[in-house]
Design a protein around this ligand. Structure first.
Ligand code: E4P
Length: 217
């Protein structure tokens, strides 16, 4: 499963990238606002930090406007992935952009039927928002399972990018279903490593090691 960081915080991305565990980054207009940075400038910096896809979202709602903005965004770097909303104009833009060799992430997916349309439009990634789905009384993980089944039935190449991830259980469940990618806030990714028994184990080993009076040199 590929791990993307869902943030526009360059320092956080640099720290995660240094672990070698980061496969890409997703941003959205809200995350750009939170960063307080210039969209083009921060996207350029993020693209230089990671080798994998960096999603940058268009804000136009019509096809011509989306294509205009995509043209500007894709010049930033080769690893820019254009993010479009799951609307008819978004799907039309997705088809045009992917036919031209540009990576496209179709975002704001809340149903398996929408995911089917995105795959037919040739999307590189489909982003079902599990957290927001759960928040509204739906079962986010059932959505991922349904999309996996449909994509496998027809051998669609579109990758399932589990988005709006709130905690480690979302990541674990998505991995069990066989989602291709997940994107999560850096704090959630870092949280995966924590286990009280790991900390306790290290403490115990170090205490006993100190008693040996030895050093590794
Ligand atoms: C995905 O690409 C989105 O940026 C993101 O996962 C949305 O998450 P949220 O529901 O926490 O805003």
């Amino acid at each position: 499963m590929k791990f993307f960081a869902d943030t526009a915080d360059v320092a956080d991305i640099a720290e995660l990238a240094a672990t070698g565990l980061l496969d890409g980054v997703t941003t959205n207009p809200s995350l750009i606002h939170k960063s307080g940075r210039d969209f083009m400038e921060v996207t350029r910096e993020i693209c230089a930090l990671v080798d994998g896809p960096v999603s940058a979202e268009v804000v136009a709602l019509d096809h011509a406007g989306m294509m205009r903005e995509a043209e500007i965004l894709r010049k930033i770097a080769d690893n820019v992935c254009i993010k479009v909303p799951l609307t008819i104009d978004g799907l039309k833009s997705c088809k045009a952009l992917t036919s031209d060799g540009t990576m496209v992430n179709v975002t704001l997916c809340f149903s398996a039927a929408q995911a089917l349309l995105a795959a037919k439009a040739g999307a590189t990634f489909i982003s079902p928002f599990v957290g927001r789905h759960d928040d509204n009384g739906f079962d986010g993980m059932q959505l991922i399972a349904d999309i996996r089944l449909i994509y496998d039935n027809y051998d669609f190449g579109t990758e399932i990018l589990v988005a709006s991830v709130r905690h480690g259980i979302h990541i674990l469940e998505a991995a069990k279903i066989g989602a291709d990618v997940m994107t999560a806030p850096p704090a959630v990714i870092r949280g995966l490593v924590k286990h009280v028994l790991t900390d306790k184990g290290i403490e115990g080993f170090l205490a006993d090691w100190a008693k040996t009076g030895q050093s590794i040199a």
